[in-house]
Design a protein around this ligand. Structure first.
Ligand code: HEM
Length: 164
């Protein structure tokens, strides 16, 4: 499946993945982000046993969510594997919020686009995704195979492009 076949409306509007800089930008985002996570007093204990490839795996996941290639589904076991990785971790609301704040700060730091449309849709997914991670990490998680990898679209806020 090519990038073009995934999540790109016929109008030629770029995918969120393309707009944010694709694989290179996502890898940079997660590399820098987990560097901060490992130094954060609230989050470091949660990630103490983190796989060294974790940043790349999360970049892969985010790429698929934002309309890039479905590599996470093909190579990492898709939604069931991602959800399983959060089981039993008992993530607290304070930890979730810190994860969100650090990721948003890192988005600025690595220079992700700052246009309102992109940041709105980015924040929409991150807010939802972290709340889902918390639910999976708690008591009575939903079934692991209840959903596929979600696919995020621009929704109400497609990117503004001159002459678009
Ligand atoms: C949008 C929100 C989130 C996304 C997209 C996400 C994504 C992922 C993915 C894809 C994995 C599995 C990586 C693999 O294939 O091995 C994973 C594992 C993990 N996640 Fe999340 N996650 C989110 C939120 C959180 C939050 C809020 C926490 C805790 C505060 C958390 C803690 C962890 C931990 C500890 C692991 C296991 C890491 C390892 O040992 O390698 N996640 N996450």
């Amino acid at each position: 499946m090519t990038e073009q076949q995934v999540n790109e409306p016929a109008s030629g509007v770029p995918t969120i993945y393309q707009w944010m800089g694709g694989e290179k930008a996502l890898n940079r985002l997660t590399e820098v982000f987990y560097g901060h996570v490992m130094k954060d007093p609230l989050l470091a204990p949660v990630f103490a046993g983190m796989d060294e490839h974790h940043p790349r795996h999360v970049a892969m996941w985010l790429g698929e969510v934002f309309g890039g290639p479905a590599t996470y589904s093909a190579e990492r076991g898709g939604h069931p594997h991602m959800a399983r990785m959060h089981l039993g971790r008992g993530i607290t609301e304070a930890q979730r919020r810190r994860w969100v704040d650090l990721l948003q700060d890192t988005a600025d730091e690595v220079g992700l686009p700052t246009d309102p449309e992109f940041r709105a849709v980015f924040t929409y997914y991150i807010e939802w995704g972290t709340r889902m991670a918390l639910i999976y990490s708690g008591e009575n998680p939903p079934p692991l195979n209840a959903a596929d990898v979600p696919r995020w679209h621009w929704g109400q806020t497609p990117p503004w492009q001159p002459n678009g």
